[in-house]
Design a protein around this ligand. Structure first.
Ligand code: FES
Length: 153
């Protein structure tokens, strides 16, 4: 495949990259930009481990081609903290034990931030519905809901 020029801003840093049109945003982040905080679980849209924000909206980066994000702003888990200051959602996950093995956590946190931003954190049921695309094999769901509710309040 012929490579295409892609302009993208990731966590506030602008990049111009040559990418093959078949490369997913997930592989672009992990392999070309070395941003390995975004995880690959299933690689076909079922687990949510690869969740990032594109222009503020959450997406599964494994279902998004890199060339689809030309001129867009991407935020990954690496972009949430401000220096040493964790994002409130990261603090809440720590406080409420919102993870065990931690593999799904970057995706959970990116979805959790979007859940509140998009106004879907008004009840436990609403949070669970919004977060239902993020699978946690350890079963930390109640703690994740508690973390989201704390940040919302
Ligand atoms: Fe993208 Fe599982 S790796 S949804």
């Amino acid at each position: 495949f012929e490579k295409m020029l892609l302009h993208v801003e990731v966590n506030g840093v602008k990049h111009s990259l040559m990418v093959e049109p078949r490369v997913t945003l997930l592989d672009l982040l992990r392999e070309q930009l070395d941003l390995t905080g975004t995880k690959k679980g299933c690689d076909h849209g079922q687990c949510g481990a690869c969740t990032v924000h594109v222009d503020g909206h959450r997406v599964n980066s494994c279902l998004t081609l890199g060339v689809m994000v030309n001129d867009k702003k991407i935020t990954t888990i690496e972009g949430l903290a401000k220096g040493d200051q964790l994002h409130p959602m990261q603090e809440a996950f720590l406080k409420h034990d919102g993870f065990q093995c931690g593999y799904c956590t970057p995706g959970q946190i990116m979805s959790a931030v979007a859940c509140i931003r998009e106004g879907h954190a008004n009840s436990e049921g609403e949070i669970r519905e919004y977060m239902s695309g993020n699978i946690c094999r350890c079963g930390a769901y109640p703690n994740i809901v508690n973390a989201i509710q704390e940040v919302k309040d």
